[in-house]
Write a protein that binds this ligand. Structure first.
Ligand code: UDP
Length: 139
C-alpha cells in the first residue's frame, strides 16, 4: 500500500529567486499538509550523505556545490499516495521535459538547478525526513 508522507526540499536556486512562497502555496493548494518544515543550509557532508546514491555520477560534485550554496526549505508533507502525487506535481527532473504547470516547469532553470526535491519511494521519504527532522519537529 502506498504511504501518505513524502519529503521535499525547496532548493537554493528557488529560495534565492524568491519563489519559496509561491511553491509552498502550490504544494498546499494541491492537497498536501505540512507536517514539518524549516529553513536550513546543508553542509558539504550533509549533501554528500543525502545524495550518496549519486556519488559515482559525473554531476555529483556540481550537485553538492549547488545544494550547499545557500539555504533550502525542507519539509515533510502528508497526503494519500504522497510520493507519487508529489512527483507528478513537481514534474520531470529536467524542466525541458516537465509537464506544463508543474513546479519544475515553472521554477526550474536547468536539470541541475531544478527548484525542488521530491522523494522517489516511501522508504526514501522516511529516510530523508529523518535526515532533516527529529520526531518532536513533526506535527
Ligand atoms: N542532477 C543533475 N544532473 C543530472 C541529473 C540530476 O545535476 O544530469 C541533479 C538534479 O538536481 C536532480 C538531482 O541531481 O534533482 C537528483 O537526481 P535524480 O535523478 O534523483 O532526480 P530527481 O529524483 O531529483 O528528479
Amino acid at each position: 500500500m502506498a504511504g501518505n508522507r513524502t519529503f521535499t526540499m525547496i532548493k537554493p536556486d528557488a529560495v534565492e529567486a524568491g519563489n519559496t512562497g509561491a511553491i509552498l502555496d502550490q504544494i498546499t493548494a494541491s492537497g498536501f499538509r505540512i507536517v514539518a518544515m524549516k529553513m536550513t543550509q546543508m553542509t558539504k557532508a550533509d549533501a554528500e550523505n543525502f545524495y550518496a546514491i549519486h556519488k559515482e555520477r559525473p554531476f555529483f560534485g556540481e550537485l553538492v556545490e549547488f545544494m550547499t550554496r545557500g539555504p533550502i526549505v525542507a519539509a515533510i508533507l502528508e497526503k494519500d499516495n504522497a510520493v507519487e502525487d508529489f512527483r507528478t506535481l513537481i514534474g520531470a527532473t529536467n524542466p525541458e521535459d516537465a509537464a506544463e504547470g508543474t513546479i519544475r516547469k515553472k521554477y526550474a532553470t536547468s536539470v541541475g538547478e531544478n527548484a525542488v526535491h521530491g522523494s522517489d519511494s516511501d522508504e526514501n521519504a522516511e529516510i530523508e525526513g529523518a535526515f532533516h527532522f527529529a520526531g518532536r519537529e513533526m506535527f
